[in-house]
Ligand binder design. Structure first.
Ligand code: ADP
Length: 166
């Protein structure tokens, strides 16, 4: 049984994230989607809210689990007996950053493999920040986030008003 971890901020989860989760779920016995705590100082959603949204949108996937973690990803991977870290790649910018992370993680934990999954063409432009920015200016985000959480995102953006920074 090969367990894979898909880490990220997921603030909020997007269709791009969900696409990676679904594809990874077809490859591995178990995929743990792990919400990283404390990476951004001013997230739109709390970690608990992000976990709740991810649970809602991945409900149909039997082998997907949602969790959160703080500290080093490789320590969390060891704790979960995970052999694989999944990262999504949208651009060469993602690649530059993720290559360094993958090399560092291999140094720290050689037994944990990083696997890159190339974005679905339909979602290559998508990031959580883009979703927040478009929603803040009244744009239509219905093709960008799963239907089950769209209203939550819109409500939170409206409630935050001018305060939100992307
Ligand atoms: P972002 O705010 O950029 O969406 P996250 O930290 O939430 O960032 O992303 C978590 C992981 O999902 C990263 O590996 C990221 O590269 C990947 N990812 C994010 N959006 C997409 C997308 N549209 N297609 C493929 N992978 C993605």
């Amino acid at each position: 049984m090969t367990v894979a971890i898909y880490p990220g901020s997921f603030d909020p989860p997007t269709n791009g994230h969900l696409d990676i989760i679904g594809r990874a779920g077809c490859i591995f016995s178990k995929v743990i989607v792990a919400v990283l705590e404390n990476r951004r100082k001013t997230p739109l959603f709390t970690v608990d809210e992000r976990v709740m949204m991810l649970k809602r949108i991945t409900a149909p996937y039997q082998n997907v689990e949602i969790d959160s973690f703080r500290g080093l990803l490789v320590d969390y991977a060891r704790m979960k007996n995970a052999a694989v870290l999944i990262k999504g790649l949208r651009s060469t910018g993602d690649f530059e950053y993720e290559l360094q992370m993958a090399l560092v993680n291999r140094k720290l934990a050689p037994q944990v493999e990083t696997l890159f999954m190339i974005t679905n063409n339909d979602y290559s432009y998508l990031s959580s920040s883009i979703v927040k920015e478009i929603a803040a200016y009244g744009g239509d985000i219905s093709a960008m986030v799963p239907m089950e959480i769209r209203d939550l995102v819109l409500q939170r953006i409206r409630a935050n008003g001018e305060k939100q920074q992307f």
